[in-house]
Design a protein around this ligand. Structure first.
Ligand code: C5P
Length: 209
């Protein structure tokens, strides 16, 4: 494949989003945070007063997801990550969003996508695959800082519980579970700051160019 597709996966709050954004800017590629699609489906259901357990409604919301929705600041709320994780286990939801993501990845000279199943399912032929990890307590600390910055008050313990429950659910689902592709390069950022993680990721990409 000639296009420069960079697939970035990892658990919640691993720093993959920030990293994906920086790589996209550096290499001049469009970036898609695929978690926003799942969050967008969850928000559509909640706004319509539908239950998160209503799989048919979730599938319809995924099929008609409007791009405008993806700019809603409520998508970043803590509760929306949990809601997204619940509806993301529905196969029909994943199928509807798959086409959307593959169209994004297939246009122009390449793209950077981040999520849980980019290297395994969405872009199995990606030029570069990174799997970003960090200890759960470190991830909880980062997410806590981020949420405080946004004015959401929560305890570190609550966030850690959140993150661990979400990772367990994402890794256990039968359709496209959270998992590193066999050919992914693993990057543990527990002891790296954002600049160091960016430098390490760039080295991997430059080797593959
Ligand atoms: O990455 P983010 O935390 O925004 O994702 C929210 C939820 O969406 C995840 O916990 C996961 O359940 C789901 N998701 C997914 N596949 C992706 C991206 C996100 O299942 N590619």
């Amino acid at each position: 494949p000639n296009a420069m597709v960079i697939a970035i996966d990892g658990p919640a709050a691993s720093g993959k989003g920030t990293l994906a954004q920086r790589l996209a800017r550096h290499y001049g590629l469009p970036h898609l945070d695929t978690g926003l699609l799942y969050r967008g489906v969850a928000l559509t259901l909640l706004d319509a007063g539908a239950s998160l357990d209503d799989e048919a409604a979730a599938a319809r919301a995924a099929e008609s997801l409007i791009a405008d929705r993806l700019a809603d600041p409520r998508l970043r709320d803590r509760a929306m990550g949990e809601a997204a994780s619940r509806i993301s286990a529905v196969p029909a939801v994943r199928a509807a969003l798959l086409a959307w993501q593959q169209r994004f990845a297939g246009t122009s000279a390449g793209a950077v996508l981040d999520g849980r199943d980019i290297g395994t399912v969405v872009c199995p032929d990606a030029r570069v695959k990174l799997f970003i990890t960090a200890d759960a307590t470190e991830r909880a600390r980062r997410r806590h800082r981020e949420l405080e910055h946004r004015g959401e008050t929560t305890t570190l313990a609550a966030i850690l519980a959140d993150i661990e429950a979400r990772d367990a659910r994402d890794a256990a689902r039968s359709t496209a579970p959270l998992k590193a592709a066999d050919d992914a390069v693993r990057l543990d950022t527990t002891h790296l700051d954002a600049d160091e993680a960016f430098a390490a990721a760039r080295a991997v990409v430059d080797r593959a160019r």
